[in-house]
Design a protein around this ligand. Structure first.
Ligand code: PLP
Length: 439
C-alpha cells in the first residue's frame, strides 16, 4: 500500500528505475520507448551525459540561492541564451518552475502592464474552448478543457472563450484553409467588441494545440490575423508554447512558422527536458519598460523561481540542441513520423485525422470516419490504447479532449529530438499494434 496519492488511484504503475536515451527501464527489467516524454517533456531523452555533467557541476557550486537576495551566473546565462534566440520584440525572461506557473505569471504581467500604463479597466482574458494552459486556478480558468475544469468552476476567475482553430472539425466544405483561418480569427474581434474594447487585457492561445486536441496546427494566416486584431484593440497576445515550443515543431518557437511574435510567451517542458522542473515567461521590451518606468517591481514571485539547478538543466539542454543541430533532426524525423503514421493509419476506419508538426504529431480516433463522431467516453478508448501501448513497451500520450461539448480521443506522439529512423519505425509499429488491440 503506497502513501503517495497518485492521480489515478486504482491504477498500478510500473516503477521507473533507469532512463537511457529514448528508453525508460522499470524495476522488472522491461524497457519502454519514451515516445511522448510523458507530455512532450523529454526532448533529449534520458541521462544525456552533457546535461548530467552540467547538473553535477552546478550542484557542487551552489544548489539554491533565493532570487530576492541573489542572482546566479547560470540563471543570467540562461536568460541571455533565451533572448538571443527569442522571437522579435521579446527582451526579458522570467524564470519559474513549470508551465502553469509561467501562465499565471504571464496573466499577471498582462494585468500589471495595464495598471502601470493607467488602463485600469482592462481585465478580461479571452482564450479558446479547445485549450489547456495549466492546472493552477488562473491557468485553469484561462483554459477551455471542460473535463479538467468542470468541478472547479466555482473557484475560477471569469474568462471568455472563442472557438479553436481546428480545421478537421470546423472548416466548412468549400471553404479554403485561409478562409477558415480568417473566419476563426474574426471570432476574436467579435468577442473583444462584445466585452468592450477598452476592457480586454489579453488573448491567450497555443500556436499548435497540445493536450486538449492533439497536435492541432493553426490554419494558414490565422495567427497573423489574430496578431492584427490584438494590435488594433490594444490587447496583449500571450502565446502558450509550454508544450509546442522549444524545438518540438521543428523551429525553436512554434510561432516562427506563423510569422508573428507575441507580447508574452510561456515556455516549459522542453526547456529543461525533464532534467529539472523549469518554465519561463518571455516578455516584450514594451511590457518591461512599463514596469521599469512605473513601479519598478513585478508584483509576483515564487520561492523556487530562477532555481540554479533548474537553470543549469535548461542551459545544458538548450546548448546540446543547438550544438548538435537537433532541430534539423526534428524536421527530418518529423517527416518520417508523419509518413509512417499516414502509411500505418491512413486506411484505419477509426483514425479520422493525422496531423502535427515536427516531432509533435497525433492521430484522432473516431467511432465513425464519415460523420467524425467520437467514441462514447464510457469506452475509454484512450485509456485502452495507453495500456496496450505500455504492454508493448511504448509510452505515448493518449488523451480525451472535448469536441464540441463531447469527449473525443487522440494519441499524441512526441519522441525525443535524438530519435533515429529506426526508433520512429519502432514507435509506429508498436502504436499500430496497440491501436489494433484496443479498438
Ligand atoms: N500550457 C500548456 C500548453 C500545457 O500543455 C501545459 C501542460 O501540459 C501547461 C501549460 C501546464 O504546464 P505544467 O504541467 O508544467 O504546469
Amino acid at each position: 500500500m503506497t502513501h503517495l496519492l497518485h492521480r489515478a488511484i486504482h491504477s498500478r504503475l510500473p516503477v521507473a528505475v533507469r532512463g537511457e536515451g529514448i528508453y525508460i527501464h522499470d524495476s522488472e527489467g522491461k524497457a519502454y520507448i519514451d515516445a511522448s516524454g510523458g507530455a512532450a517533456v523529454s526532448c533529449l531523452g534520458h541521462s544525456h551525459p552533457d546535461v548530467l555533467k552540467a547538473l553535477h557541476e552546478q550542484l557542487d557550486a551552489i544548489a539554491y540561492a533565493h532570487t530576492g537576495f541573489f542572482t546566479t551566473d547560470v540563471a543570467e546565462r540562461l536568460g541571455d541564451r533565451l533572448i538571443e534566440d527569442a522571437p522579435a520584440g521579446l527582451e526579458k525572461v522570467y524564470l519559474v518552475s513549470g508551465g502553469s506557473e509561467a501562465v499565471e505569471a504571464a496573466l499577471k504581467m498582462a494585468r500589471q502592464y495595464f495598471v502601470e500604463t493607467g488602463e485600469h479597466g482592462r481585465r478580461h482574458v479571452i482564450a479558446r474552448r479547445q485549450s489547456y494552459h495549466g492546472n493552477t486556478l488562473g491557468a485553469l480558468a484561462a483554459g477551455g478543457n471542460e473535463w479538467r475544469r468542470t468541478q472547479f468552476r466555482p473557484l475560477l476567475i471569469e474568462t471568455h472563450h472563442i472557438s479553436p482553430c481546428y480545421a478537421y472539425r470546423h472548416q466548412h466544405e468549400g471553404e479554403t484553409a485561409e478562409e477558415y483561418g480568417e473566419r476563426a480569427a474574426r471570432e476574436l474581434e467579435e468577442k473583444i467588441l462584445e466585452l468592450g474594447e477598452d476592457l480586454v487585457m489579453a488573448f491567450i492561445a497555443e500556436p499548435v494545440v497540445g493536450a486538449t486536441s492533439g497536435a492541432v496546427p493553426p490554419a494558414p494566416g490565422y495567427f497573423r490575423k489574430i496578431r492584427e486584431i490584438c494590435d488594433r484593440y490594444g490587447v496583449l497576445l500571450i502565446l502558450d508554447e509550454v508544450m509546442c515550443g522549444m524545438g518540438r515543431t521543428g523551429t525553436l518557437h512554434a510561432c516562427e512558422q506563423e510569422g508573428i511574435s507575441p507580447d508574452l510567451m510561456t515556455i516549459a517542458k522542453g526547456l529543461g527536458g525533464g532534467y529539472q522542473p523549469i518554465g519561463a515567461v518571455l516578455l516584450s521590451g514594451r511590457i518591461f519598460e512599463a514596469f521599469e518606468q512605473g513601479s519598478g517591481f513585478f508584483q509576483h514571485g515564487h520561492t523556487y523561481m530562477g532555481h540554479p539547478m533548474a537553470a543549469a538543466a535548461g542551459l545544458a539542454v538548450q546548448e546540446v540542441i543547438r550544438r548538435d543541430g537537433l532541430l534539423a533532426n526534428v524536421v527530418a524525423m518529423g517527416e518520417h513520423l508523419a509518413d509512417g503514421l499516414a502509411k500505418r493509419f491512413g486506411q484505419n476506419a477509426n483514425v479520422g485525422d493525422i496531423r502535427g508538426r515536427g516531432l509533435f504529431q497525433a492521430i484522432e480516433l473516431v467511432e465513425n470516419k464519415e460523420t467524425k463522431a467520437p467514441f462514447d467516453p464510457v469506452l475509454k478508448v484512450n485509456a485502452h490504447i495507453k495500456r496496450e501501448a505500455m504492454d508493448r513497451g511504448l509510452m505515448v500520450y493518449p488523451m480525451g479532449g472535448t469536441i464540441d461539448g463531447r469527449e473525443g480521443d487522440h494519441v499524441l506522439i512526441a519522441p525525443p529530438f535524438i530519435s533515429t529512423k529506426g526508433d520512429i519505425e519502432a514507435i509506429v509499429d508498436r502504436l499500430g499494434a496497440a491501436v489494433d488491440a484496443a479498438i
